[in-house]
Design a binder for this molecule. Sequence first.
Ligand SMILES: Cc1cc2nc3c(=O)[nH]c(=O)nc-3n(C[C@H](O)[C@H](O)[C@H](O)COP(=O)(O)OP(=O)(O)OC[C@H]3O[C@@H](n4cnc5c(N)ncnc54)[C@H](O)[C@@H]3O)c2cc1C
Length: 283
Amino acid sequence: MIPANFDYQAPSSVEQAIALLESSHEAKLLAGGHSLLPAMKLRLAEPALLIDLGRIPGLSYVREAGAQVALGAMTTHAAIAESPLLASRSPLLSRAARQIGDVQVRNRGTIGGSIAHADPAADYPAALLALDAEIVARGRKGERTIPAREFFSGLFSTTLLSGELITEIRVPATTGAGTSYAKFHHPASGFAVVGVAAVVKMASGKIQSAAIGITGVADHAYRAGAAERALVNQPASAIAGACSRAAEGVDALGDHFASAEYRKHLAAVYCRRAVQEAMAAKA
Ligand SMILES: Cc1cc2nc3c(=O)[nH]c(=O)nc-3n(C[C@H](O)[C@H](O)[C@H](O)COP(=O)(O)OP(=O)(O)OC[C@H]3O[C@@H](n4cnc5c(N)ncnc54)[C@H](O)[C@@H]3O)c2cc1C
């Protein structure tokens, strides 16, 4: 469990970090270290250079940004879980953060590190998809904003380009909607066997719109489009039927703990719970 040798740099600005990233093809950014360091100890990752983001000021915050809430990439899961601003403006992300790992993981792990790592069982991706969040990335050529729907691209992979780092995540205020995150925890790791995030708007006793993000089932989190469409203009009695389509067309993962078929079954069950809880949260 000893990592291979590596160099270490702790830049004091994002620009310096980008320059260091460009300087070596085998460089890796270090945030909370709660995914990268275990991978290095197992020699699944052997970066020649670690670029520690921890000394760069101004990358950890939760603040109002017009109709959105902006979070710095180095904001910890604990800060997100406890943010009064998120609680009042966009509570879904806090609900997901509260269900990540344990106290130590939440105190060190960051939202930027989590989404860059893109673990198929991570919690944030489901919430960010349901919220139609945006991810801000910066590289040598400048800054770009990536919709969450275009960010998660596969198993441990994203559309982040080499030489880019995530600086900010933006989530819309969900005033007027009910939100929920329902998770089946893996009993050993605590990761999501299945996690479902829901953002539900009601009008005249019917579901006006539903956005459902699902993690844990496939190689990357996805929006459950078939279930979302089946919920529109429907009363609460239609939720179970609509959610039976939560994994429609999805190539599910299976392992010795949960088969692909079981994961699809859980997706339907947790979709129903999340949508029902979201409706109750609004009421
Ligand atoms: C025991 C344990 C239990 C856990 N349980 C859960 C759980 O239930 N749910 C869950 O979602 N997660 C869980 N995690 C993972 C945890 O949330 C990690 O904190 C997270 O996956 C990685 O964040 P980090 O800040 O530690 O990133 P690091 O480990 O430092 O980095 C991860 C990757 O992201 C890259 N990176 C980091 N920051 C940036 C950036 N700003 N821009 C671009 N790339 C960047 C790094 O180069 C690296 O490749 C668990 C981890 C442990 C150890």
